[in-house]
Design a protein around this ligand. Structure first.
Ligand code: CU
Length: 117
């Protein structure tokens, strides 16, 4: 296999490091999420914390947005709408299964899962 020319390699490396630093920046923008209470999910720093939460059937899960940015919990069948800083939203999970969700505003950049079993 022919090696890539040096300028190409260099621009690939620059591109990769730019991507890496923007990902790092996205992580540190906004308010860090505090540890969530039991059956709770904290929103902050552009993440859902924990990203995956396992609960028993019949559990009500409450999301709290601690971030300076607006976020929204969006399941395929229902969602919170816009959650300003300090706002909460709850959903009760009665049926066992895996429930994936994203942020209404940030899409798949912010993902979470509730596992009911
Ligand atoms: Cu968001």
């Amino acid at each position: 296999m022919k090696m890539l020319s040096n300028p190409t390699v260099r621009s690939l490396l620059v591109g990769a490091s730019l991507l890496a630093s923007s990902a790092a920046m996205a992580q540190i923008v906004g308010t860090p999420p505090p540890a969530p209470p039991p059956n709770g999910v904290s929103i902050g720093w552009m993440v859902f914390l924990p990203a995956s939460l396992t609960v028993a059937p019949g559990t009500t899960v409450t999301w709290t947005n601690w971030d300076d940015s607006n976020h929204g919990v969006k399941f395929p069948d229902q969602g919170s709408g816009r959650l300003d800083k300090g706002k909460t939203w709850s959903r009760t999970f009665t049926t066992p299964g895996q429930y994936d969700y994203i942020c209404q505003f940030h899409g798949s950049r912010m993902k979470g899962t509730i596992i009911v079993k």
